[in-house]
Design a protein. Structure first.
Length: 262
């Protein structure tokens, strides 16, 4: 599947802006701080005490909008920051030796990207916006300086890294032990839970990723993804209108996913 203008589009360097400079310049796009962000209960400040969250407000940071189809960062670029999604949806991909693209994850508002670059100092993956999006870039060096004398912040960073490990394990389980129906049911339930956590409908939502991207993520051919969606419609588990999904029987869909685990 071709990506419009992807080959010619380079990721744009992010300029980190200090809070003191932010207050002096007061640009409208840089007014939100962690302590007042509506996503703080899902993002980096999640579980932190109010004083620690206020310390995060002193971080140098970068903000930018990313157009649909534009890369936030590319594989091989230097690791400088972790990225908090403020709005929109991203996909993460790895390039196979034969030129194919392997989707390794999807990130929504309130979720973080870029931690995979910590090990080697360069990003092994590419992150691309699936719709017009906005991110906050948290410079990793500054975050480490701030956490040097804060055990609470150190634990929060540790939780972020642990979350990446759990995500990798979940993907391995999907690809290694489940049939097509179980994989797609698990994927849809995951999206449902993430929507609910954001205060949105858990049973009716619009998928920002294509069938081909879902198939790449789940290790399924495009035809298999389409056939499995059709099977769920026939079983009256879902209503599907292109990318718009309505879950008709959440409990039955859950049983489809849980069958292999039990």
């Amino acid at each position: 599947m071709s990506q419009p203008a992807f080959a010619e589009t380079s990721s744009v360097p992010i300029q980190f802006v200090s809070r003191s400079r932010q207050r002096a310049e007061a640009p409208p796009a840089l007014t939100t701080v962690c302590s007042s962000c509506h996503l703080k209960d899902l993002c980096l400040p999640c579980g932190m005490s109010a004083p620690t969250v206020e310390r995060l407000d002193g971080l140098h940071f970068g903000r930018r909008r990313v157009k649909a189809g534009q890369p936030l960062y590319r594989a091989g670029e230097s690791f400088q920051a972790i990225y908090a999604v403020r709005s929109g949806t991203f996909k993460s991909t790895l390039g196979a030796t034969d030129g194919r693209e392997q989707v390794t994850g999807f990130a929504m508002a309130g979720e973080l990207m870029g931690l995979d670059g910590l090990a080697q100092g360069r990003h092994p993956s590419t992150a691309v916006a699936l719709e017009d999006a906005e991110i906050c870039a948290i410079p990793y060096d500054h975050l480490m300086e701030l956490s040097a004398d804060s055990g609470e912040l150190q634990r929060a960073v540790g939780r972020l890294m642990s979350r990446e490990i759990v995500r990798e394990h979940s993907l391995m389980m999907l690809l290694g032990s489940m049939n097509a129906e179980e994989r797609l049911a698990a994927f849809l339930l995951n999206v449902s839970q993430r929507m609910k956590a954001r205060g949105w409908s858990a049973t009716e939502f619009h998928l920002r990723m294509s069938r081909a991207e879902i198939g790449s993520y789940l290790g399924m051919k495009l035809e298999t993804v389409s056939r499995t969606f059709s099977a769920f419609v026939q079983q009256r588990l879902l209503e599907v209108d292109k990318r718009h999904i309505r879950i008709l029987d959440l409990e039955a869909l859950t049983r489809t996913f849980e069958g292999r685990l039990q």
